[in-house]
Design a protein around this ligand. Structure first.
Ligand SMILES: Cc1ncc(COP(=O)(O)O)c(C=O)c1O
Length: 468
């Protein structure tokens, strides 16, 4: 892609076609000073004829049968995958810990979910992937399931036993789709976590802008095995994606592949070394509890990505929400996630030692003088209390007549309400609200939780199906 973009520019082609900025000639100084003129110069739509070759190189580099580049984020890649392996009235076994884009895909496809409950870690209050035994039990209980959807790794870096679940699926001829949004680098390094397609997944989606080197919205669908037809997949993508994909996304995907194919082992080794050093440094700080390899002893955690640095700050008497805000305001450091107890930092191949020092110093300063905050930590009820009955299909509830009500317990939701990150809906269309989930969401919001998708951002009311 990089060759194609440079070649078109060097050839001196003048386009009387889109885009109208003409390789940045029309871009004003202010815009160029912020976005860089180079970004416009590389916005060469004609380069897309080279994508096929770049996709083959990508597939070969990570051991997939095929690779499909997408440019509208992993949400669109996930819709594409779900529209390929399922459809109206079909049953799909879906990890309940999924990102909201999977729920949106079920609505688009008209498929009915059978929910796979994650493994709850009561000590740390984190949801991990379901165990292989749980998947086997649910598959045995529902002989009419057509496909299986897992999310691995979670935003906390805990991974499922993809190989074990793939065997279960393939014994039954079912395709396995893995949302591997956080694992774009796994295929470029020999150590675990194992990349999903190498472990036997039929489809895997990766966000190359999350832990990896792609521009925002650069995403990847990898095809493994022989249960999914890549032509079908491309036709589904064509249905929902842009007809003007960004050459910048394509260039960043192909450039990332080249860089990691040549240097990935060394770059990721460096990041892993820094992560281990940081764990040691923070492990000696009073009041901080750094989650390490022992994570792998927890049920549901078959693999673990050490580049997710998860630190429990609850012993400081503050929440992860407060700690995250404080780090941003006082140290201009942005964590990937703050929850009721933890901070999660996403460490990557691009972090320099100076940045790691800055993070360590900020965390020492947080621990020695934690900020005052009168916002109470929300009580997190046991996961079973937050498991809601799926009383209607997500699609029927989403398209039903709706109303806003202040007290939704007992009513069927017509919306998704997703604490972000990680963007896993606490309630989704068709689920029946209970009081525990309403109390949890309201207490979370008061404590600093971010909930961007609720119909009423203050949570004074919720959108429910009228008359149900
Ligand atoms: C696990 C997971 N899957 C999918 C997505 C959607 O990715 P995108 O924002 O690229 O559409 C996210 C985004 O947060 C995610 O965390």
């Amino acid at each position: 892609m990089l060759d194609a973009i440079s070649h078109i520019r060097e050839e001196g082609i003048y386009p009387f076609s889109l885009p109208g900025h003409r390789f940045g000639r029309g871009t004003d100084e202010r815009t160029a000073s912020v976005l860089s003129r180079g970004a416009f110069e590389a916005d060469v739509i004609m380069a897309k004829s080279s994508v096929g070759e770049a996709e083959q190189l990508y597939a070969a580099a990570v051991g997939a049968r095929d690779a499909v580049f997408t440019t509208c984020g992993s949400s669109i890649s996930i819709h594409t995958a779900l529209l390929t392996i399922t459809g109206p009235g079909k049953k799909v076994l879906v990890d309940r810990n999924v990102h909201k884009s999977v729920v949106a895909s079920l609505i688009l496809a008209g498929a009915d979910p059978v929910w796979l409950r994650p493994s709850w870690d009561p000590e740390r209050q984190i949801a991990h992937p379901a165990t292989t035994e749980t998947v086997a039990r649910v598959l045995a209980e529902h002989s009419d399931i057509d496909a299986v959807v897992l999310i691995t790794p979670t935003e906390y870096g805990t991974g499922a036993d993809v190989a074990g679940v793939a065997d279960l699926c393939h014994e039954r001829g079912l395709p396995l789709f893995v949302d591997e949004a956080w694992g774009g680098h796994f295929g470029f390094h020999p150590d675990p976590p194992t990349a999903a397609v190498k472990a036997g997944a039929d489809l895997a989606v990766q966000s190359l802008h999350k832990a990896d080197g792609g521009l925002c919205q650069a995403s990847m669908i990898l095809v493994g095995g022989d249960l999914v037809n890549t032509v079908d997949l491309r036709l589904r993508l064509d249905l929902i994606t842009t007809t003007s994909p960004s050459p910048l996304m394509y260039g960043s995907i192909d450039g990332w592949r080249r860089h990691l194919a040549l240097n990935g082992k060394e770059l990721i080794d460096g990041a892993l070394r820094q992560a281990a050093e940081m764990r040691k440094r923070l492990g000696d700080v009073d009041g901080l509890s750094v989650i390490g390899e022992e994570f792998q002893q927890t049920p549901g955690v078959a693999e673990w990505d050490p580049l997710k640095l998860c630190v429990d700050v609850s012993a400081l008497g503050i929440t992860g929400y407060t700690a995250k805000e404080w780090l941003e305001n006082e140290h201009q450091i942005a964590a990937q996630l703050g929850d009721a107890r933890h901070l999660v930092f996403s460490l990557t191949y691009a972090d320099e030692e100076a940045a790691m020092d800055r993070l360590a110093q900020a965390m020492v300063s947080l621990a020695s003088n934690p900020p005052e905050d009168d916002r109470r930590a929300p009580d997190i009820p046991p996961l079973e209390e937050l498991n809601l009955e799926q009383a209607m299909s997500p699609r029927d509830a989403y398209f039903a007549e709706t109303e806003q009500v202040a007290e939704p317990a007992g009513r069927i939701s017509a919306e998704m309400v997703s604490p972000y990150p990680p963007g896993v809906p606490a309630v989704l269309p068709g689920e029946r609200f209970n009081q525990a989930v309403v109390d949890y969401l309201r207490a979370g919001l008061a404590a600093g939780m971010t909930i961007p998708d609720a119909s009423d951002p203050e949570l004074t009311s919720f959108r429910v199906v009228k008359g149900a």
